[in-house]
Design a binder for this molecule. Structure first.
Ligand code: NI
Length: 257
């Protein structure tokens, strides 16, 4: 069985000592490709170096994370654009996050919109980070409808209604991760109602570690635990979850077979 982890952070401080070993272990666990989310200029050079060292396995995205948008966001955007010819598989992770306050809401929206335009120019899918900003998010999506974008909502924790609302904008997927294994998560019920053909697996490593490893550092070798939970919820075999979600990821991100 083969899996693809569609969202991880191997340039996070948590992997400073052993990123390469962790990636190798994930490959042994059947996770043949991992998509590395870009955050901001602090990680970017290291990120492209790590992806180069794991060519064909760890694939970079390119984008400015909404949590990194502040008064210097235009400089951050310029820095990000310097890497546009380095073979990103998606523009991400980009979006809106008002969880820690909406102080930079206007800047976040502007950065988000510009990066959606960049994705359209580069014919790339987008990897969306959305937290506590649903209505503003859909306002931007509405303004950008003409761009014909496709992509996924990473770490999806919304409702079936949010998923259906997203489908109005074309070919969109949801990234399902460790949260689906949490006991109280309403996400488990939501996943039953989202077609497998619209689901991608992801860890968001080092965050959102699945049961029974909660409290530990997350990494891509835990993807089979997430797949097993999705299989259980849908009453199908884990082989089918692995095959369909991998094929979804290959088609959305134009990954090689
Ligand atoms: Ni992330």
């Amino acid at each position: 069985m083969e899996y693809i982890d569609t969202h991880c952070h191997y340039c996070d401080e948590a992997f400073r000592e052993d990123a390469s070993q962790v990636i190798a272990r994930a490959e042994e666990a059947g996770v043949k490709m991992m998509l590395q989310a870009d955050v901001d200029s602090h990680e970017r050079a290291g990120m492209y170096a790590l992806c180069e060292a794991h060519r064909g396995v760890l694939c970079p995205m390119l984008g400015l994370y909404p949590g990194s948008v502040d008064e210097n966001w235009r400089d951050e955007m310029d820095e990000m654009l310097r890497w546009r010819d380095r073979g990103a598989v998606a523009i991400g992770e980009i979006g809106l996050d008002y969880h820690y306050g909406a102080e930079y809401a206007a800047q976040q929206k502007e950065a988000f919109r510009l990066q959606l335009e960049l994705a359209a120019q580069m014919s790339l899918p987008v990897n969306i980070h959305l937290r506590d900003a649903t209505e503003d998010f859909f306002r931007v999506m509405e303004d950008c409808r003409h761009l014909g974008l496709r992509g996924n909502l990473h770490a999806f924790s919304g409702s079936v209604e949010t998923f259906r609302r997203m489908e109005r904008y074309g070919d969109w997927y949801v990234g399902i991760g460790g949260v689906v294994t949490f006991k109280k998560a309403s996400l488990a019920e939501t996943v039953r109602h989202i077609p497998l053909e619209k689901i991608l697996l992801e860890t968001d490593a080092p965050y959102l570690t699945p049961v029974p490893h909660r409290g530990e550092r997350n990494d891509s070798s835990f993807i089979p635990l997430i797949a097993a939970k999705v299989a259980e919820l849908k009453g199908i075999g884990i082989e089918e979850v692995a095959a369909v979600t991998s094929s979804n990821a290959r088609s959305l991100f134009s990954l090689p077979e």
